[in-house]
Structure formats: structure tokens, C-alpha cells
Design a protein around this ligand. Structure first.
Ligand code: NOJ
Ligand code: CA
Length: 687
């Protein structure tokens, strides 16, 4: 790691005048620091009442106007005024780290770290530090509570952090506090019409500047939502806890990072590694027991109501049906098979309840020993399933034996699920009995980390549905491989309503900025239980394997539909899931995105382009390919008559030879897309 000092600009000599009562100062204290390349500047100050504020600018243009920081505590006076500030010297860090799996292999972590300290001039004399990490493509800051006699247990009722955006513009956001947790349609409104939003919330200001607000390294804390206070001003709104404190911690501790990804292009947001970089390095060491893979599952047939999770004539998770899926995966080179409904507890009312689930006992028609040993003999991984009905309390009690069972059977990943309405999860209350909780409350943060840690001990990787939001913890715990956390493909089975054609283009700039998503693409059977069916073209279904990053990607459709359509299925078989590099070639917020990724273990590249409900003609310069090398481009594009309302199956599959000098024209149908695999031909002819 290379470290060097960088300069700090101070304005107002009073800044270091320790001992001067903040309230008596005529001019506010103020200090400033910039990112390594000088793109972003943070200014921290206290006002005449000793209230701490921060502001962010990019190349001199305000991005966040002065915004307050601080806390309301439930059993002590607030920490938000009467504070004296001192600022340290920023320290530059520039290192590069390697992901065991990921959208890129090496990630540069280049920032200036800047510590500011706020001490009460009267009262209890308490202290809180705010540490900023300034990158050229964004800022993270967190509160650090040092050990101190006057503040041991910290009970946070309200975190006062504001994000006062400097300009109006367009916002892409999902409502917070609504019944369906994280699974809502995106809203696209002016910034000053947002209500309460989940993060990531992404905006494009009138000047064209893109900003996404989220958080990183959310450990043992409540999830942050954003409440608009007026105009373009937002404030942190923590998810409620079990008491009137949203968070209860013992000092010393740090809050999660509050993050602002800032770019003059939408593509710049997508290529930022800010969230990952703000997380701690890998604590698990070698996780090579988990292999990125594609998988099929005893799954879509349940959502179409052709099969059932519970017992009876339609039971899906039988030994026989699972073996059929294992044979299919082995034949087509897919790594895994997910089986839902294998365990006891599905027959009654499990939604929002979950207390009947056993995570170690299978139904009589599912021979778990036979199925897992058959899968092993075929070189296929079984993917376990733990639906909890939101009852984390019940699941916690079986966590250890459940993970130990999977370890013994060689099952190295599990899909967990927390199906319950908002506020309907269950955790242990103060007396050890189950109480209701929000999915993103502090006890659920603790629960999800516990699942990851117990899983890691048993070499089991976690893919949570109805999860806790992603804040980049996969860097520290690389067995947190993927999650849901938005409307996935399943909504296209049920309807009411289906995902609209712009949905995936919205996901790319919001949910996907948080991390990998188990969206489960690859549906060819477009008629479902929903009136709208699947509102995309086939080519878009294929493109999603490249656009949506996840180290596990489901081939979600019925096996029959793949067997009946081998030509488009070939792309699903061929597309990589682990990458050495990823580049967004073109993007517009909520409208379209074109991504190219290079396979981790070869020189194969893949390109995915998707659009919303509008047709588009985009151009894709192939400059990412090796210069002087010829490639076979295997192209899966929308047919001329394709559309998400009609002729969704219209696809043209063709091959042509290309080089890095070529520029491809991508014609995307309404609700359409394009998927391409570039395979190097012959020997390299480097210039
Ligand atoms: C909701 C999950 O998102 C889905 O994938 C799963 O099949 C059901 N819950 C049942 O666990
Ligand atoms: Ca779900």
C-alpha cells in the first residue's frame, strides 16, 4: 500500500482554536479536503450554534449544499449542537485488491481519508468523529464513536444526516415503509417530488450530473431510508428497531458509510467501485469452495402453479423431478440445481409465519442423501433452500444444524427467504421471545451477518431473498454471493402487475449499484399466470445475463422450454458468470444500458444491451477487444418485428467476424435487447 500526505486547505484560523466556545464564534469554523484527482471537495463546518455540517462540490459545482450531521439519542441529550470542530490532515491511500469472484478481478481503491472531530464544549463533553473518504467518483463518510465515559451505550433515535441536493432534476426511486419491503415498481419523478425513498436512490440533476445516495458496510445498524424534507433536501430516516431507539450500540463503534456516487455520466455510476471499496477486506480467506455458476431449479413451475412447494400430487421437490433437473444441468454444462419445497413446513400457513419449517428434515418423497450423491456423481452442485417466512427467530435456532447438514452433503450454497410483509419479520426480543421487526432493522442486520458467518464456517454461500439491503459486504464476507431485494422475475409469473418493460433499465441504475442481484432471467415461455406475461423480448432475456451482474445466474424457465428452443438457449449455456473486467459502454438513467464484460478465465467477452419500452438504435464500438485480434461475434438480436407486447419470441441469431476497430449497430425493439458473445479466433495478431 502506498501512502502519502496530501494537503488540506483551511479557511478560518479559528478551526484549530481548541477551547474557544463554539457558540461564541462570530464566523463558523470550516475546513476543506479534496479527492486525489481534485474532482470532489468536501467542506465541513460548524455554524454559530456549533452545529456540524458538510457540503460536497464537484469541480467547483455544488452537489450537496451544507447539510447537517448528528444524532438524537433516546436517553441522553442530542449530539447536534454546541460542538467544536477540529480537522486532521487527509491521508492518501492507493491500493489495489483482488476479488475472489466478481464483475472485475482487480479493484483500485484510491482515496483521501479525512478525519474531522466534534467535541461538545459544554454539557457532557461527548465526542464523535466524522471520517470522510474522498474518491474522484464519490464520497463516503461515517460517524465514529470513540470509547468515552460520558457515552457508553449509544441509543440512537434519529440520525440527523442530511443530503441537501444542490439542484433539482430527475429521480429514480422506490418508496420506503410500504408493505412490500424492497419490492416495488420504480418511480421516476422530479427530485422535489420524491416522498420517502429506499436507497440506492439515483438522481440526474438539471446540469446533467448523476448522484446516487446509498450506504456501505451496514453492520449492526439499522438500514437508512431517505425522507424528503422539502425542495431537494433529504434526511436519513433509520428503519425502526424494537424500542424507540433504531440503533443500540456500545462505544467504540462506527456507523455504516453514507455514500454519494457522483458522475457526469450514468455509465460512470455503474462502473464505480465505491461501495465495495468502503467495505473491509476479506475476513474469510479462501472461499474457493464456492464456484460462480449458472443453475436451473425446481422453481418456476411452482410460481406458475404447475407444481407445489407443499406435499400432495403436485409436489415439485420429489427425488425424481430433482434428478431430472440434475441430468439436464449435467447435459448442458450448468453448475447447479436449486430445490425449493424439499423440507418440512410448507403445508400450512408459512407466509409471514415460518414456525413450522424444519431445515434438516426432508419430505418423504425427497431422498436428500440420494439426490446429493447423484448430483455429486454428475458434477452438479445442489443449491439448498431455507424459506423462513420472515421468521429469523425460528431460523436462528436451527442455523447451526441446518448448515452442518449442507456441509456434510456437499451443498455449498443456500437460497434463504424472508417472505413476510413489511414489519412482519420476527426476531428475539429483550426477553428472548419472538417479536415483530422490520426487514432492515438492526436485529435483522445482526441476523443476516450471523447467517453469513455460520454459513462460512460450514462452507456455505448465501443468496438471500426478501433480504437485508446490499451494502457491499461481499468484500468482507465473500460467501455473501447474491440476493434479491427488488422485484425479480417471479413478478412476471404472478402479475398484479408484472414488471413493466422499463423495470430492468431502472434496476441497472438503482438496485444494481448496491451489488449482485439474483434476478433469475432466461424465460422463453412468455405467457404466464399474469395478464401481461413477461414484458420483454427473448433477446432481452438473454442480454440480462450480461447486464445484471451476479456470480450465480439462474436459467429460470421450465426445462421443456429450453429443450424446445435450443438455439436461443445456447447463449445461456455459453455466457460466463465470472469476469475479469466490466465496462459500461453507454447508458441513460432508467432508459437503456450497454455493458461489456470479459470472462475471468478466458479472453471471451460478452455484451448485453437492454432498453425500456422505447425502441433504440445504439452503437457499440468494440474497442474493448484486443487490438489486432479477430473474434467470432455470436449475436442474439431482436427480430425486425419484435416487441414486448407482441412477437417477443422474434429473435435473429447470427455470427460475424469482428475486430476491435468495428462499431456494431444495436437495434433494440420496444422492451428489447441484444446479447453477444465474442470468441477469439486463431492466434493473436497483436499490432
Ligand atoms: C420468494 C422468493 O423470492 C422466491 O424465489 C421463492 O420461490 C419464494 N419466496 C418461496 O420461498
Ligand atoms: Ca421475492
Amino acid at each position: 500500500m502506498m501512502q502519502r500526505r496530501s494537503f488540506l486547505a483551511l479557511s478560518g484560523v479559528s478551526m484549530l482554536a481548541f477551547g474557544a466556545p463554539a457558540l461564541a464564534q462570530s464566523a463558523p469554523n470550516m475546513a476543506r479536503a479534496s479527492s486525489p484527482g481534485g474532482m470532489l471537495t468536501v467542506e465541513v463546518s460548524t455554524d454559530n450554534d456549533g452545529r456540524p455540517m458538510y457540503a460536497v462540490s464537484r469541480l467547483g459545482q455544488p452537489v450537496v449544499r451544507p447539510s447537517r450531521m448528528g444524532f438524537l439519542l433516546t436517553d441522553q441529550p442530542q449530539i447536534e449542537r454546541g460542538l467544536r470542530m477540529s480537522a486532521g490532515q487527509p491521508v492518501t491511500v492507493d491500493d489495489t485488491w483482488e476479488q475472489p469472484w466478481g464483475e472485475r478481478q482487480f479493484i483500485r481503491n484510491h482515496y483521501n481519508e479525512w478525519r474531522t472531530t466534534f467535541t461538545e464544549t459544554g454539557g457532557l463533553g461527548r465526542r464523535v468523529d466524522v471520517v470522510f473518504r474522498l474518491y474522484d467518483d464519490g464520497v463516503g463518510f461515517r460517524y465514529e464513536f470513540p470509547e468515552q465515559a460520558a457515552l457508553t451505550t449509544v441509543r440512537i433515535g434519529t440520525e440527523l444526516t442530511q443530503f441537501n441536493l444542490a439542484e433539482n432534476g430527475e429521480a429514480l426511486w422506490c418508496p420506503a415503509w410500504e408493505w412490500n419491503r424492497e419490492e416495488h415498481l420504480y418511480r421516476r419523478t422530479s427530485i422535489d417530488a420524491v416522498g420517502s425513498a429506499q436507497t440506492p436512490m439515483t438522481v440526474r440533476g438539471d446540469s446533467g450530473l448523476h448522484v446516487s445516495i446509498h450506504e456501505a458496510a451496514l453492520i449492526d445498524y439499522a438500514g437508512m431510508n431517505l425522507r424528503r424534507e422539502g425542495g431537494t433536501d433529504f434526511r436519513c430516516a433509520l428503519t425502526p428497531g424494537l424500542t424507540n431507539a433504531a440503533v443500540e450500540r456500545t462505544a467504540p463503534f462506527n456507523t455504516p458509510w453514507r455514500t454519494l456516487q457522483i458522475s457526469d455520466t450514468a455509465a460512470g455510476l455503474l462502473d464505480s467501485s465505491l461501495i465495495l471499496n468502503l467495505n473491509e477486506p476479506n475476513k474469510l480467506g479462501d472461499v474457493s469452495w464456492f464456484t460462480p455458476m449458472k443453475y436451473v431449479g425446481v422453481w418456476w413451475e411452482m410460481h406458475l402453479e404447475l407444481k407445489s412447494w407443499g406435499q400432495g400430487p403436485k409436489h415439485g421437490a420429489t427425488t425424481e423431478n430433482t434428478i431430472r433437473h440434475i441430468d439436464f444441468a449435467a447435459e448442458h454444462g450448468l453448475g447447479g440445481v436449486l430445490v425449493e419445497g424439499w423440507n418440512k413446513g410448507w403445508d400450512g400457513q408459512w407466509f409471514g409465519n415460518g414456525s413450522d419449517f424444519s431445515f434438516t428434515e426432508s419430505y418423504p418423497d425427497f431422498d436428500i442423501e440420494r439426490v446429493t450423491s447423484y448430483a455429486r456423481s454428475k458434477g452438479v452442485q445442489l443449491i439448498g433452500h431455507h424459506e423462513t417466512g420472515g421468521n429469523a427467530f425460528h431460523y436462528d435456532q436451527q442455523l447451526e444444524p441446518a448448515m452442518a447438514l449442507y456441509e456434510r452433503l456437499g451443498v455449498h450454497s443456500v437460497k434463504t427467504g424472508y417472505v413476510a410483509d413489511a414489519g412482519g419479520a420476527r426476531v428475539a426480543g429483550p426477553d428472548g421471545r419472538a417479536v415483530m421487526a422490520w426487514h432492515e432493522s438492526q436485529p435483522m442486520a445482526q441476523h443476516h451477518l450471523r447467517v453469513a458467518e455460520v454459513g462460512a464456517r460450514h462452507k456455505v454461500a448465501i443468496n438471500a431473498h426478501e433480504p437485508f439491503k446490499d451494502t457491499g459486504l461481499r468484500r468482507t464476507y465473500p460467501n455473501i454471493i447474491s440476493r434479491e431485494g427488488q422485484r425479480g422475475m417471479e413478478y412476471n409469473a404472478w402479475g398484479n402487475p408484472s414488471n413493466p418493460p422499463e423495470h430492468e433499465a431502472n434496476l441497472a441504475f438503482t438496485r444494481m449499484l448496491a451489488g449482485p442481484m439474483d434476478f433469475t432471467p432466461g424465460i422463453f415461455g412468455m405467457k404466464t399466470r399474469s395478464a401481461e406475461g413477461v414484458a420483454t423480448t427473448w433477446a432481452k432475456q438473454l442480454a440480462l445475463y450480461v447486464v445484471i451482474y451476479s456470480p450465480i445466474q439462474m436459467a429460470a424457465d421450465l426445462l421443456d422450454n429450453y429443450e424446445a428452443n435450443p438455439e436461443p438457449f445456447q447463449f445461456i449455456k455459453d455466457v460466463p458468470v465470472d469476469w475479469s473486467d466490466s465496462r459500461t459502454l453507454d447508458a441513460a438513467l432508467g432508459d437503456y444500458v450497454v455493458v461489456a464484460r470479459k470472462e475471468r478465465t478466458s479472453d471471451v467477452w460478452a455484451l448485453g444491451a437492454i432498453t425500456d419500452e422505447h425502441p433504440r438504435v445504439l452503437s457499440a464500438p468494440l474497442g474493448f477487444l484486443d487490438a489486432g485480434r479477430r473474434y467470432r461475434a455470436e449475436i442474439y438480436r431482436d427480430g425486425p418485428d419484435a416487441s414486448y407486447t407482441d412477437r417477443r419470441e422474434s429473435i435473429v441469431i447470427e455470427q460475424r467476424e469482428v475486430t476491435s476497430a468495428d462499431v456494431l449497430t444495436l437495434a433494440l425493439a420496444p422492451g428489447g435487447g441484444q446479447a453477444i458473445r465474442f470468441v477469439p479466433l486463431g492466434r493473436s495478431r497483436r499490432r
